[in-house]
Design a protein. Sequence first.
Length: 246
Amino acid sequence: MIELWPPGEPTEVDDARLAALYAYPAGLTAPFVRVNFVSTIDGAVTLDGRSAGLGSDADRRVFGLLRQLAEVVLVGAGTVRAEDYRGARRPTRGRGTPPPIAVVTGSADLDPGSRLLTDTAVPPIVLTTDSAPAERRDRLAAAGADVVVLDRLTPGALLAELARRGLHRVLCEGGPSLFGDLVAADAVDELCLTVAPLLAGGPAGRIARGTDGSGSRSSELAGVLHEEGVLLLRYRRRSPAVEPIG
Ligand SMILES: NC(=O)c1ccc[n+]([C@@H]2O[C@H](COP(=O)([O-])OP(=O)(O)OC[C@H]3O[C@@H](n4cnc5c(N)ncnc54)[C@H](OP(=O)(O)O)[C@@H]3O)[C@@H](O)[C@H]2O)c1
């Protein structure tokens, strides 16, 4: 894997360098939201309804590292259902346990027998509301989930709950609906986007979806890595312009 950006002599990236490149800002006192996606060069986020066919060694290497750097993995229920999510395997760096998977679901329609609950070292957090049927919430709690009933599932409410638990290094793994909500709320600090050298065509959606399309957000390029035609892009929230004094 070669580092192409910031500009300079392209250099091979070892594990220590990779971890330094993707380190969260130090001393966080509020959630920092990193979002990670993989897409084809024509913008498809799935092949046959799943992201698995878009993967590569480079993407898997960074995907694994991002989980090790995160304190929580935030994900929408659609992705959990489509990808049959299970718990993260490796401990968060500096902690003894893997990051919990925090699932956003208005319906609480998650299978209590799924890998999310049966194949995990730590209980998943299920973020839902009291409009989800109580029996579904109870079944998930009985299966070991940490079920949290919030007034609303807005990005602000979700991140406030994570902050309340001291979970500041947030890794959102999608999907497009949850990411669209985060974009609309201007809650995204960083996007890690792997571009797979594939053309998919077909009906696949893009990485963000939502109803509120107003107000595009400007981002700045923070890093580019390359391996075997795969680009790993990192964009950060553009720092606010410094107002001249006087
Ligand atoms: N290429 C990639 O990197 C990548 C990454 C992730 C996902 N994907 C793909 O994306 C597809 C899933 O897309 P999706 O848009 O359905 O994914 P999603 O955002 O993971 O799931 C949407 C569902 O999550 C819940 N949800 C999300 N945000 C919510 C909010 N603010 N308030 C209430 N509920 C919320 C709702 O669940 P309930 O229906 O339970 O209420 C909603 O139906 C899958 O095919 C997956 O493979 C690809």
